[in-house]
Design a protein. Structure first.
Ligand SMILES: [Zn+2]
Length: 115
């Protein structure tokens, strides 16, 4: 198992995801490793149409952030499994996960037949 190689890929993914989350949200100061949508300037807009735009934008950002956060959690979990020496083991059958599957998704938790 090329654990160091996959660890590098995971750490690269983590940096990219943190950067992407930073464009739509900010770290939640109350919960470690949790992110929240950046506050918008609702109420400051001149008219209702602009306020509607802000709400739409905020909802869009929340959806984007939820997706990024799910991927981020998976990456953090994979890094934790590396630390515990349990990386690359299928959660369903306990067999080693195929390297080509980890190549496609280093945060994968199941082998190809247990997808
Ligand atoms: Zn399996």
């Amino acid at each position: 198992m090329k654990t160091d190689y996959f660890k590098q890929k995971l750490e690269e993914d983590k940096r990219v995801l943190e950067h992407e989350m930073g464009t739509v949200g900010r770290p939640n100061s109350a919960v470690p490793d949790d992110w929240e949508v950046a506050p918008s300037e609702i109420g400051m807009e001149a008219d209702l149409a602009d306020q509607a735009d802000v709400v739409m934008n905020r909802e869009g950002n929340a959806a984007i952030l939820a997706d990024l956060e799910a991927r981020y959690d998976a990456v953090l979990n994979a890094l934790r499994r590396i630390e515990k020496g349990a990386y690359g083991i299928c959660e369903v059958c306990g067999e080693a996960i195929e390297e080509k599957r980890l190549e496609a998704d280093p945060a994968a938790t199941t082998c190809i037949k247990d997808l």
